[in-house]
Each structure stands twice: as structure tokens, then as C-alpha cells.
Write a protein that binds this ligand. Structure first.
Ligand code: GRF
Length: 206
């Protein structure tokens, strides 16, 4: 028998609601088997078709079939737990998750937000950046906590805002950066780069 240590490769589950361009960027940079499943709250999410075409397991937990946010969150958590992921990646997942869900996956859930947090949390980030007249805009990958778009920041990428920008041109420029940033953070996370930060957060909670 070999004395080589058994290498345990970390795996992630991606949550999506829409087209899944960030999901695609992450999958392109992943090794086979790293993505355990793609789960959507919307049966019609374009991301599901793309994931299936790549041979990735997909699951739909349709939020409209549940009488309350708690029941949906519970079913979603159960579906995720079946894959025992080391990391939960929110990639355009358009549901606010309750405290029990967030606590259950504490220290192992990340999200990408299309602004340079703490600027412009919430929705309409590109329009609000234009209205505010900022010179720079961008995207942020952060750990998910129960504060909306408020968890510890892992990485950011910025882009200039030009005088003739509109929402479409600015969001396109930011999205290009999202597709570079998010896969890098996911791989860094799986390689253990954020382990110390992750553990310090879990210690603070107990
Ligand atoms: C991205 O802009 C992301 O920052 C935000 O939702 C959008 C998802 O787009 N959280 P896609 O589905 O990854 O194309």
C-alpha cells in the first residue's frame, strides 16, 4: 500500500436563479468533480440548461411551491446538504436567505455583488453608481452573513466609469471583471487561502 496521504479535494455547490454567466466562468476554471451540483430556485433559469450540458448534476427547489421563506430555506438547505459541499457559491441567486440558513452554512458561503462594497449594497447598483457620479465602480466577492451584502470582503475588482456610460455599458464592463474575479476566489478558497479568516469568523460566532 502507498504511504501517500489521501488527497481530499474540496467541492462546491453553486446556487443560481438566472442566466449563469458567473457559474459558467467558475465551471470553466474548475477541475472535473469540483462542482458537486448546481441548484436553482427557478425551474426556467438558463443556467440549469448550461450546467446539464456540461454533465453537472442540477436540482430545482422552486420557491413558489413553499408557503413560507422558512420552509423554502429548509428544503434548500436539505438539498445542499446531500452533496456535503465545502463551499456554497451564490452566483446570481436572487432570494434573500434567512438567518437559520445563513447560520447553517456560516463560514462557507460566498457571493458576488456588482459594486465596490460597502458602496451600493442591494439592487440597481450600476444605475445608482451612475446617479452618484462615481469615477470607479466594480464588483466584490464576500462571505455571506445575515447582513445583506455586508459580510467580510474577500476580493474586489474595479473599473473606470466613463462620461458616456449608461447602465448597459457599465454593467458589461463590471461583468467582465466578475468573470475573472469569482473563479479565482473560488479556487483560492478551495486551496485553503481563506482558511484562517473562515476559522476566525466561526470562532467569533461561538
Ligand atoms: C451578476 O451581476 C452578479 O454580480 C449578481 O447577479 C448577476 C448574476 O449574473 N449577483 P449571472 O447569472 O452570473 O450572469
Amino acid at each position: 500500500m502507498s504511504n501517500e496521504p489521501i488527497s481530499y479535494s474540496r467541492r462546491f455547490v453553486i446556487l443560481v436563479s438566472g442566466r449563469g454567466s458567473n457559474m459558467m466562468a467558475i465551471l470553466k476554471q474548475s477541475s472535473p468533480g469540483q462542482c458537486a451540483a448546481v441548484i436553482s430556485n427557478r425551474p426556467d433559469a438558463g443556467a440549469l440548461e448550461v450546467a446539464r450540458s456540461l454533465g453537472i448534476v442540477t436540482v430545482v427547489i422552486d420557491h413558489t411551491e413553499f408557503g413560507s421563506r422558512e420552509l423554502f430555506d429548509h428544503a434548500l438547505a436539505e438539498a445542499i446538504d446531500r452533496f456535503s459541499p465545502d463551499l456554497l457559491v451564490l452566483a446570481g441567486f436572487m432570494r434573500i436567505l434567512g438567518t437559520s440558513f445563513v447560520d447553517h452554512f456560516a463560514g462557507r458561503t460566498i457571493n458576488i455583488h456588482p459594486s465596490l462594497l460597502p458602496a451600493f449594497p442591494g439592487v440597481r447598483t450600476h444605475a445608482r453608481a451612475l446617479e452618484a457620479g462615481v469615477s470607479y465602480h466594480g464588483c466584490t466577492v464576500h462571505i455571506v452573513t445575515s447582513e445583506l451584502d455586508g459580510g467580510p470582503i474577500l476580493a474586489q475588482a474595479s473599473v473606470p466609469v466613463f462620461a458616456d456610460d449608461d447602465e448597459a455599458t457599465l454593467s458589461k464592463r463590471v461583468l467582465e471583471q466578475e468573470h475573472l474575479l469569482y473563479p479565482r476566489v473560488v479556487q483560492d478558497w478551495l486551496a485553503g487561502k481563506y482558511d484562517a479568516l473562515r476559522k476566525s469568523l466561526l470562532v467569533k460566532q461561538t
